[in-house]
Design a binder for this molecule. Sequence first.
Ligand SMILES: *Cc1c(COP(=O)(O)O)cnc(C)c1O
Length: 392
Amino acid sequence: MIKAWEEKLGAELEKREAKRLTRSIIATERAVEPVLVRNGRRFLNFSSNNYLGLANHPAIIEAIRNGAKRGAGATASRYIIGHEAETDQLEKEIAEWKGTEAALVFPNGYMANLGVLTSLLGRSDAVFSDRLNHASIVDGIRLSGAHHFRYRHGDLDHLESLLRKADEKGIQRKLIVTDSVFSMDGDQAPLQGLVWLKERHGAALMLDEAHASGVWGGKGEGLAHALGVERHVDIHMGTFSKAFGLYGAYVAGNRLWVEYIKQTCRPLIYTTGLPPSLVSGIRQALALVIGEQGRRERLHRNSEQLRTALIQMGLDLRGSSTQIIPLMAGSEEKALQFSKRLEEKGILAVAIRPPTVPEGTSRLRLSLMATHTKEHLRQVISTIKEVWMNES
Ligand SMILES: *Cc1c(COP(=O)(O)O)cnc(C)c1O
């Protein structure tokens, strides 16, 4: 009977290969730096989410080392063994930074989204989710069993018509959930409009600031703060795995919401606490994120310079206004080929294909770092120009 499994697995893999959807994971050194190494070859790194260049910061690494002196692991769920005072301290600092009453740390962003959505939503609730939201949001919604309304990307009119539909069905509790900065498009959610709609329809709003935490706002609080709408967000979520350069995630909001999540969130209850080294590392990274505005400024300057140059070449950037810049290719084949040509010339920009992005919108995803130099930018611009001209 095992044969039935082997047939299925083999056939599925072949199907993926035929559609050029197979993914490979490649041994890579120095991925934390603007220039990384693969097979002994150096590549300019335009593929990481280490936006502020903190992933190799000596103070963070030192904090991790010191944290590890207290033990290698947390040894059990926080609900069983408890947590160090340092974890309390970190959660207080996060709440203060976000301007909320309370905060919770999670092992990672995927679990935070899955956990919060399954904890809050039940079958009688409705959730309104942007079509381009991150997979962890989609999975959380599916697992929750709530009525799932997907609105066209950034389309407030479509969202409003769906909110009305839910009202007509007599659904009491509505939750709007969105990425603040979209991970594969680099554009921003229309937060002011979303806030207006949520107030008007009595819905709650959850914001995933994975790509905005550390990057937007005067202290890197996120896009909601940058736009001055943070008080209207009921659940703030973000990660320490991108601009913070580490691993882990947070959820922040009013005491009532956070306490409810703490009491009911299975992915938090049934998992081991964060290791002491990580807690210490995140605290140090948070201090740097708050204090080092210069890194944000360098990142934004780099992003703007690259976007301007690419737009001048006539490339379609899909409304990117951030450190994430997509170069639209269309087919999987074309995206892979474009990525390969750049790689041959020493530049790493990964091809993004379905199911990460919708069918027919395969692309290259370029991501900037504060630590990219003028020379790195000059090189990526001239190489894209050369490759793009030859291809099209
Ligand atoms: C990366 C990402 C996550 C998942 O965070 P991890 O800490 O990597 O698990 C969640 N949401 C968005 C929008 C992301 O880009």
